[in-house]
Structure formats: C-alpha cells, structure tokens
Ligand binder design. Structure first.
Ligand code: HEM
Length: 452
C-alpha cells in the first residue's frame, strides 16, 4: 500500500514562484494540437551540454525552452526538455537526492503500476527498455508544418554526439476526442500562481508544491525534498512519459455486448465507464441522457449528493482518477491530482474497417512533484484496486484495468435505478507500449546541467 506523506519535513521557504524559471508544460496547457517527442541518447557529454545550454541562453535562431511566463504573442511551437535518471548520471549529476522510484525507473516499477502481462516491459518499444534513453525533447506545435519547422530548427544546430533513438508524434483527433470517441483534456489542475488551464471549476487551486519541487505541497506542513544541488532540483517536476495503445475494436464490441446484456444504450454504457458522456458532459450533471453542456460547464461539478454513485458510478474512470469530494480512504480525493499532457497517435479508427492492424492510442506526460504520490498512486491504488472507495471491491478502472481473465479485473460495478448492477467480462482496452520516468528541470536546472 502506498501511503500519503504525513510525516515529511518542511523546508520552510516562502512560496514564491518565478514563472520564467519553470517549464511551461508543467503549469499551463499550450492547447496545441500537434506534438513530437524526440527520445535521445547522449554519446558525447560536451555535445549534450552545448545543446542544453543553447536551448536556454537565447542563442539567436535556436528554439528556446518554453517557460510558464504568460505569452504576449502565442508562438507557433513550444519546446520542453526532460531527463531520465540515466541521463542525469551521464551528465554528471548525483542521483543521491532523487526519490527512489525515479532512480529505479519505469521498467523496475512496472509491477507497482500494473504494467504486467501484455503491459509488461518485455512488450514495450525497445527504446524504453534498453539502455541509452537520456533526454526527452518534447515539441508542441500549432500545425504539422510548425512541428516540422521546430524539429528542423532544433536538430540543425545540434552537434554530433547525440543520437535520436525514437520519435513519437501525437495529434489531436477531430472534435478533440481520444480514439474511443470521448472528448479529452477537459479537467486539469489549476496550479498556483498560474491561471486556470481549462474551463472554470469549483475545485481547490493546487498548491505550487504539488507540481514543482521546493514549495509547500498538497499535504499540510510538507514540501517534497529538493534534490541537491538546489540549482538543479528546485522548481523541477517529475513525469511518467507514457505510450498507451487503445483497442478500439474491443471497445466497440464491449459497448454492443454490454448494451445487449443490460438494455442500456451503447452511449449510456460508454458514459458509465468513463463518468462523462462522449461529448464530455459529466454524468453526474446529466445522468440519463446527454444534455450536451457548453464547454464552459464541463468541469464545474463535484460528487456531493451522489455518494452512492447513482448518477456517476464510483468506479468510472474520471471518478476513480479524481474522486473530488467523494468519500475515499485517507480523505485524499483531491490530494493526488496530476497534470496530463497527452495527444492521440495512430490513424482514427474507421468502424467500416475493423481490425486494420494499425496501432493507435495516447502518448504524453503525466506530471507531478512526486511520481510516487501522483502517477504511481493513481495507477496502484485507484486504477488497479477498488479498496479505496465503498462498493468497488477488488475491481479495476474500466479503461486501465487488466481485463477479463487477469485476477479480479474485468468487472465494473455501478448502480442503476436504485439497484446494484455489474458489467462483467470486460476486455483489456489499454495496453502500455512504453513508459519512462523523467525529471523536468527548471530553467536554472537546465543551465546547471549544461555547466553554465
Ligand atoms: C489510453 C488511456 C486513457 C484514456 C483513453 C483516458 C481517457 C480519459 C477521458 C476520456 C477523460 C475525461 C476527460 C477529462 O476529464 O479531461 C479522462 C480524464 C482523466 N484521466 Fe484518463 N485516460 C487514460 C489514461 C489515464 C491515466 C494513465 C491516468 C493517470 C495516471 C489518467 C488520469 C485521468 C485523470 C486524472 C482525469 C481527470 C479526472 C477529473 O479531474 O475529473 N488517465 N481520461
């Protein structure tokens, strides 16, 4: 059982955040529809230092790391930089002050987060399991052309001694949906002092230290420790960079089969599984039919008055991943929030051409000040077990669970018309294709790694 950090020390610094020192990806959404992640090996340390330095020193013509400073003019593209534990070591940093889960890495932690069976690292893209993944250079762009220009500009001035091991693109699908057809990217934490990143909500603003090291965190009297030296650690964040394949044929078959078994419409089955209608309308606000709420109303809700999950199932994906004010073990419904920066990859699914052999899914970063209390907690405690909330038993998240035939997964419990109901034999819908734990240093941290 992962625990909440009640007993960790507080460094006692004033909570002042310099937005120009923070990578923009952490505290604000760029809402750009295209991304490219370059996964890079460092063969020459001087070349890596020169690259990192040139991305933060204003070198004319070089893309610069995008900070959290508000824009006067929105750029065509943004750049962010992350480093793996192996990358930090190669660059000469000491790992001694970094948390164990980060230094162990995603392969070693796979069992903790449910990356087992078909999700086991043995089946991941080779870049995630072999040695040599040191840097993650993530571009966001307003168009495919802007993404190409940004890639060219980034690679043009890069000295020999760095090897691109893999390249992963993400693109927004029409209507901002994921491959299962749900509008995604609605609910994101507001991180003080950055402005709200999405539609208005009634949720507590998250303290800076829930997402950036060196500031008071979401737990009273606690800040996450800053790895030494502070120039490297302070204002940094951690992320799980993740590639997850979606089985859309299995999802369509699931909706049809469960609709046949229960008499619910396929759309209602889809809404129960997610906690939102595919349009994004929250089930708790619109439980019987999709009222197609306007965008500004899509995140303004909590679960007060729906303690038993009559409107939104307690086990639905969004309610598991963020129970808001629901009753959960440890009272931590709003203490494990995570910033999601993902886009879909692969071609849209065409129902007229099922089983087309194309891989499709989501690629992106799940960001927080603590992998253990945010990404790993969500996966281990809330996605892959149900003991945290009443009535779930040992069921799993309908999207992220391991599916039928794998332990207790594959059952989805909910309430309908005042009675308990179950969907059974749920298939595995999402399969991990890779994961890397990375550190997103501050601008000062990047300069430190560059030796400047
Ligand atoms: C392919 C895999 C996944 C799919 C298809 C998926 C789908 C969705 C959808 C459709 C939403 C609703 C849109 C929104 O509220 O913004 C959502 C919300 C969310 N998901 Fe996922 N998700 C996936 C993986 C994950 C993972 C791995 C995590 C956590 C580690 C996660 C955490 C969340 C959270 C925190 C929310 C927002 C809940 C809220 O604040 O109400 N999701 N997801």
């Amino acid at each position: 059982m992962l625990t909440t950090p009640a007993d960790r020390s507080v460094p006692g610094d004033a909570d002042v955040l310099d937005l120009a020192d923070v990578q923009g990806l952490v505290v604000r959404g760029y809402t750009m529809p295209h991304a490219r992640h370059l996964l890079v090996r460092v063969d020459s340390v001087p070349a890596a230092r020169a690259l990192l330095g040139s991305l933060v020193d204003g070198t004319p013509g070089r893309p610069q790391v995008t900070t959290a400073t508000p824009w006067e003019v929105r750029p065509d593209s943004c750049l962010n930089v992350a480093v793996t534990a192996e990358g930090l070591e190669v660059l000469g940093a000491s790992l001694s002050g970094f948390p164990a889960e980060f230094t162990q890495g995603a392969v070693a932690r796979a069992g903790v987060v449910g990356d087992v069976g078909p999700c086991d690292p043995a089946h991941w893209r080779p870049v995630f399991t072999g040695p040599g993944l040191h840097l993650l250079l993530s571009l966001s762009a307003v168009s495919p052309e802007a993404r190409e220009r940004a890639t060219d500009a980034l690679l043009a001035g890069t000295a020999p001694g760095l090897t691109e091991l893999d390249r992963l693109d993400g693109d927004l699908l029409p209507n901002r949906t994921d491959h299962f057809g749900y509008v995604d990217g609605i609910s994101q934490p507001t991180v003080a002092p950055a402005p709200p990143p999405g539609p208005p909500d009634r949720l507590p603003v998250q303290p800076t230290g829930a997402f950036l090291l060196g500031h008071p965190s979401q737990f009273t009297g606690h800040s996450y420790p800053v790895p030494d030296p502070p120039a490297l650690g302070r204002n940094g964040s951690f992320a799980a960079f993740r590639v997850m394949a979606q089985d859309v044929d299995a999802f369509c078959a699931l909706l049809a089969e469960q609709s046949r078994r229960t008499g619910m419409s396929p759309e209602l089955v889809a809404a129960k599984l997610c906690g939102r209608w595919r349009s994004g309308t929250p089930l708790v606000l619109s439980p019987d039919a999709d009222s197609h709420l306007p965008p500004e109303a899509l995140n303004d809700f909590d679960y007060a008055g729906d303690e038993r999950g009559e409107r939104c199932p307690i086990g639905a994906h969004v309610r598991r991943m963020h129970p808001r004010d629901s009753r959960v073990a440890g009272n931590g419904g709003a203490k494990h929030r995570i910033v999601r920066r993902g886009l879909t990859y692969g071609p849209p699914h065409d129902p007229a051409r099922p089983r087309d052999g194309q891989e499709r899914g989501v690629v992106g970063l799940f960001i927080g000040a603590s992998l253990r209390d945010q990404f790993e907690f969500l996966m281990a405690e809330w996605a892959h077990d149900g003991l945290f909330a009443p009535g779930l038993g040992r069921t799993q998240d309908p999207f992220l669970g391991t599916g039928a035939g794998q332990g207790a997964g594959g059952t989805f419990r909910f309430r309908a018309a005042g009675r308990r109901a179950e969907l059974t034999d749920l298939p595995r819908l999402v399969t991990t294709r890779g994961c890397a734990y990375v550190f997103l240093p501050s601008l000062t941290g990047i300069r430190h790694l560059a030796g400047r």
